[in-house]
Design a protein around this ligand. Sequence first.
Ligand code: CTP
Length: 403
Amino acid sequence: MKTARTVVVGITGGIAAYKAVNIVRAFVLNGDSVHVVATTAALRFIGKPTLEAISRHPVHSELYEGVAEVRHVAIGQSADLIVVAPATANTIAKLAAGLADDLLGNTILASTAPLVIAPAMHTEMWNNPATVANVKTLRERGVIVVGPGVGRLTGQDVGAGRMEEPGTIVAAALAVLDGTYVEKPAQDLTGRRILISAGGTREPLDPVRFLGNRSSGKQGVALAEAARDRGATVTLVAANLEVAEPSGISVSRVGSAVELNEAMQAAAPTADVIIMAAAVADYRPQTVREGKIKKQDTGDTLILELIKNPDILAALALGRTPGQVIVGFAAETEADDSRLLDLGREKVARKGCDYLVVNRVGWTQGFATDSNAILMLDRLGVIVNEASGSKMSVAQSILDVIV
Ligand code: CTP
């Protein structure tokens, strides 16, 4: 028979407090022993009798009650898991600061049990830099943050900040208890359409040859996967990838710059974000031979006549739809940091994009490797991000800026 585990459910003062009843009930039905610690604000939204009936235990709220049993630490010490749902912006700030001015704060500080929080607040509060920093601090300390979801909020507004559904919170909490929890990335791109080009174009010379470049498509594919995992609907325009196409996204395969241009132009009008990670050939052979070029026809020197390809990024930036975010890449071989920055600033102005990801490339750098180091400039040439590491971690940090 399984032994009952002690779950402390902290309820704080948000309208989503009424949904916490279902969370308490789910733990009880699961056979866990549930103790509710509610803040006084929470009890303005939901009655103690309801929580006591459902949890089958007294509900505590006051710091100066039960002093003889040293309740302010006893509850936390007995917990196998603490779940705070809903967790308001105020409670999150208090947790980040380690405040213990109420019973819930004391309980959490006095406990070594895993802590799961389910934030619930309006979008503006969730996006406020103070909340962003507090949530980051808590995550760094190992707190598991479930949600928030995106959807209808208390008033007429819709956005991120809605408390995750009780079933999702309980499932995550039970997985934490069982040691099987795997964190789902923040769903901060839900409902967004992202168009990404990746790989390198090949410009045909004849039926068997092309002019190409060494881009493998790894960085663009990492961006597509990261955006998909963060909830976006992703379209990948893939030019000669040397890596597997990601699942769960729509892929359009292209070969040359002209084909890539057509695919991007066709998909651009419905995209919220466009990322041009592909390495595009600036020139293509003026004529593509019907048959193979033969040495006896060309002799010791072969001169190829090339014509300019369209600048796809510049055209997308020029024709952008309202609110569309356009991100370019700049592959540079410049070794000097300040000259690299100058080149990036000149390029972002020339292309007219919102952000430019500048990366150094060379014989052993940037292209075809598993790691990358980038600088990200905004349209005014200000550095807004510097990241290095795996192409996936670089992709996540690029998306953080876009979000
Ligand atoms: N790009 C494009 N169309 C082209 C050439 C480049 O859309 N014909 C895009 C790339 O996908 C990238 C950005 O423009 O996002 C910069 O590419 P890069 O090769 O660094 O710059 P170029 O414009 O080609 O300038 P240069 O090669 O002279 O540095």
